[in-house]
Write a protein that binds this ligand. Structure first.
Ligand SMILES: Nc1ncnc2c1ncn2[C@@H]1O[C@H](COP(=O)(O)OP(=O)(O)O)[C@@H](O)[C@H]1O
Ligand SMILES: [Mg+2]
Length: 454
């Protein structure tokens, strides 16, 4: 069984050869990295890989941040809030202490990779106490909204103890958005259907409908955490069974020294169960070194930053050759890539490939199936542009306000009154009236857009 990637480009010959570049399916079982600047052809390459995997009967789970992978027939598309929700606080088995530890570690992972700071010892303790307290009393899975409520209770009970209020507040303000409004439809649940079905056929999780990066990261973390736990129950196997494809992987597997998150754990521990990882990213320097170093197949489209180029070449060619390949990586055309598959028949050299063969044509030109998410025409376009110009933290505030039913006090946001007034002045999206913050007409239009999960 082999994977047909594209046509081989010969050194110094600027026309395509007719030699097909293919490699054995097993090459994919030891993890894959796809790099390249925006527009260089990463997603297309990922689609070609998926096509080849499905052809070979391997299942795939795709985390699609942009909404572009719904191009395969017969795939299952999970649209959060529509046909898909998760219960982040669920665990299996009867061992509460063990289960709770797993949930605390999930949150730690999410906080670390998203906010670059792990849970403090105090926050871990509060979470652990609240979760255990709940699970010793109830058997139903706890909802995020309940968790937020109970952390608030702890917060007010220990309001005089130094550090508690701030620790709890940080916890609450980060979890709160998942318990309200549209995100509640996705995350505030006590049941879900995340089970072995993830290991069969093609499943695309369409993260593009989620309004914030935090929500995309959280959902990826929750699902991957479950895959990790389910995967460990599989029979050990030499055969590749499931490939997990993570687009924009630096968001969920960032390069943090000495840190092993859930994706690293999947990469390191699940390989012997036939689970493999494909990470796609624009900036190799931002992606977890543990994941790159554990990858056997590296596909790099063109890169521009010297730092990125050097790092990638470290993994692709020997030291003496690196200088000569810098130029190659800079000047690759769209769709062309340098591929290191460590194949003996090529002397383990990196090969230049034009990705895509005639049978992949439909993937390269494909538009995602249930087309654009923008309902109607130009008004929306303008709003979309405005939305792109507003900084992420302002969007987050608008989003929080919209989630709470537009009735929110200055104190309840993790941001100073002065800063809020600055935002009010600079962007004309909110007004600060006494203790209350309200959305302006313009602000509520934008907030509605941010909320527009369908
Ligand atoms: N192998 C290829 N052959 C032909 N065209 C390609 C190829 N890869 C990418 N393209 C073109 O470039 C565009 C951007 O590619 P894409 O894969 O979305 O890039 P990225 O994910 O790196 O941003 C595609 O819409 C397609 O038109
Ligand atoms: Mg892409």
């Amino acid at each position: 069984m082999s994977v047909r990637l594209g046509l081989r480009l010969r050194d110094n010959i600027y026309s395509f050869s007719s030699e097909v570049f293919s490699f054995p399916l097993e090459c994919l079982s030891r993890h894959v990295c796809v790099f390249g600047r925006t527009g260089s052809g990463k997603s297309t390459t990922a689609k070609v890989l998926l096509f080849e995997l499905l052809k070979n009967g391997v299942s795939a789970l795709v985390f699609d941040r942009v909404g572009e992978f719904n191009v395969f027939d017969g795939g299952r598309v999970l649209v959060p809030g529509q046909n898909f929700r998760v219960a982040p606080l669920a665990f299996d088995g009867d061992d509460v202490a063990y289960g709770v530890e797993g949930i605390v570690s999930l949150f730690n992972n999410f906080f670390f990779t998203t906010y670059f700071c792990p849970l403090s010892p105090l926050q871990s303790r509060v979470l652990r106490d609240v979760l255990e307290g709940y699970y010793y009393r109830f058997s139903e899975v706890m909802r995020v909204s309940r968790l937020v409520e109970e952390v608030r209770v702890v917060q007010s009970r220990y309001s005089r103890v130094k550090g508690w209020v701030e620790g709890c507040e940080a916890l609450v303000s980060r979890l709160y958005p998942f318990s309200r409004g549209v995100l509640a439809k996705v995350f505030d649940s006590s049941e879900d259907s995340l089970d072995d079905v993830l290991f069969h056929g093609l499943t695309v999780v369409d993260l593009s409908v989620l309004p914030t990066d935090e929500a995309k990261n959280f959902l990826t973390n929750v699902v991957c955490d479950r895959v990790y736990r389910l995967g460990k129950r599989l029979e050990p196997s030499n055969k590749l069974k499931l490939v997990i494809l993570i687009d924009e992987a630096h968001n969920v597997a960032p390069s943090l020294p000495n840190y092993i998150g859930v994706l690293e754990k999947i990469a390191i521990e699940l390989r012997k169960y036939g689970v493999s990882l494909v990470t796609v990213s624009t900036r190799p320097t931002l992606v977890s070194k543990n994941i790159i170093a554990n990858s056997n197949l590296i596909i790099s489209h063109s890169l521009t930053s010297n730092e990125d180029i050097r790092l990638v070449l470290n993994y692709m060619v020997n030291e003496l050759e690196q200088e000569s390949f810098i130029h190659v990586l800079r000047t690759l055309d769209v769709g062309e890539a340098l591929v290191q598959a460590n194949l003996p028949e090529y002397g383990c050299r990196a090969i230049k490939v034009k990705v895509g063969l005639p049978e992949h044509e439909h993937l390269i030109s494909a538009k995602p199936k249930h087309a654009s998410k923008e309902d109607s025409g130009e008004v929306d376009d303008e709003l979309k542009k405005v939305c792109e110009q507003i900084p992420a933290y302002v969007k987050r505030i608008l989003y929080t306000i919209a989630c709470t039913g537009e009735n929110i006090t200055v104190k309840s946001l993790p941001i100073s009154r002065r800063k809020l007034k600055e935002i009010a002045y600079a962007y004309n999206v909110i007004e600060v009236k006494g203790d209350k913050i309200i959305l302006t007409e313009y602000g509520s239009k934008i907030a509605k857009r941010l909320l527009a999960i369908k």
